[in-house]
Design a protein around this ligand. Structure first.
Ligand code: NAD
Ligand code: LMR
Length: 339
């Protein structure tokens, strides 16, 4: 991640002046759910990011220890731990970016939608606080089911009068990370050079990797493309089963969350041509939210990019995912508007 910072304009600047540079703007980033399986390694990775000046770690328990630990790392940001709802406002005040990995993870046999009953309420509460204390922050939603939690967040912000569709992101970077890794394995390409867009949503068949657009080109046979697609769609389940009841992906998710947050921060900083796949408000299809490539800038989403040419297999995948994704979006909207 930081090698790419070093190649950019921001990076050259940093190389000249070191992490103590005074000319980078102040940026406050909060992690909500910071003491969890994702939250802790994500806190570590965000502490290493030179674009962050203040790191606020919030959870309902155990944040003082995590914050004390991470704060000893000799990098730019100041770290503060906040614990319990009474301190949520302080954690959020002045935030430029809020990352949300709060909520329960899956156990074997569960779908992401099975997390809805608990996580929907958690996300709704946290987003109400964001609307109150940092209404202009960019929000990176990790909590599952992302296909529903992002629409919940949008509705909460709309009700509060703070919704800006450019500033709300469902984090689907882990799907891209997996697609790149699996494609590199089959194509024998250098994994660092691989790019694969992943579109749709973040659950099962709603995850649609576009291997026809993968680079470097490899001309893999149809059966291999189908197997790669299935493995990417089932990547989360592969980890849930391997962890056998001890949760879902945490380390790879922290990496993916840090890559995405780094891109968001680069966009805020004015670095040109920062593009990531993310689940955002969209007109790319008839669905109101959809993951696709997004160009990031000083206000968040600068442009939602189209799908590009799809193979017949991908066109079929796109049509098959729409009913499930539509239902998950509607479920989130309905929940947010109850009570
Ligand atoms: P975890 O149980 O290890 O950690 C969750 C943390 O959230 C805990 O520390 C808990 O105290 C905290 N929390 C609960 N309620 C909270 C609240 N109201 N405010 C603040 N914090 C609260 O779980 P995890 O493995 O870190 O996973 C977290 C979420 O991320 C799950 O919903 C999981 O499904 C999701 N996830 C998403 C992706 C993705 O690609 N988007 C990938 C992996 C996991
Ligand atoms: C993932 O893709 O790893 C996450 O969404 C967690 C899960 O439940 O699979």
């Amino acid at each position: 991640m930081f090698r790419s910072v070093a190649r950019s304009a921001v990076g050259k600047h940093l190389l000249r002046r070191g992490y103590g540079t005074v000319s980078l703007p102040d940026r406050k980033v909060a992690i909500l759910g910071a003491a969890g399986g994702i939250g802790q390694p994500l806190a570590l990775l965000m502490k290493l990011n030179p674009l962050v000046s203040q790191l606020a770690l919030y959870d309902i328990a155990n944040t003082p220890g995590v914050a004390a630990d991470v704060s000893h790392i000799n990098s730019r940001s100041e770290v503060t731990g906040y614990v319990g709802e009474d301190q949520l406002g302080q954690a959020l005040e002045g935030c430029d970016v809020v990352i949300i990995p709060a909520g329960v993870p899956r156990k074997p046999g569960m779908t992401r939608d099975d997390l809805f009953n608990i996580n929907a309420g958690i996300v709704k509460g946290l987003c109400s606080a964001i609307a109150k204390y940092c209404p202009h922050a960019l929000v990176n939603m990790i909590s599952n089911p992302v296909n529903s939690t992002v629409p919940i967040a949008a509705e909460v912000f709309k009700k509060a009068g703070t919704y800006d569709e450019r500033k709300l992101f469902g984090v689907t970077t882990l799907d891209v990370v997996r697609a790149k890794t699996f494609y590199a394995g089959k194509s024998k390409a250098n994994v660092a050079d691989v790019n694969v867009p992943v579109v749709g949503g973040h659950a099962g068949i709603t995850i649609l990797p576009l291997f026809s657009q993968a680079t470097p080109k490899a001309n893999l046979p149809e059966d291999v493309i189908k197997a790669l697609t299935k493995r990417t769609q089932d990547g989360g389940t592969e980890v849930v089963e391997a962890k056998a009841g001890k949760g879902s992906a945490t380390l790879s998710m922290a990496y993916a969350g840090a890559v995405f947050a780094d891109s968001i921060l680069k966009g805020l900083h004015g670095v040109p041509d920062v593009v990531e796949c993310a689940f955002v408000q969209s007109t790319v299809t008839e669905l109101p939210f959809f993951a696709s490539k997004v160009r990031l800038g000083k206000n968040g989403v600068e442009e939602v990019l189209g799908l590009g040419p799809l193979s017949e297999y991908e066109k079929e995948g796109l049509e098959s995912l729409k009913p499930e994704l539509k239902a998950s979006i509607e479920k989130g909207i309905k929940f947010a508007n109850q009570s």
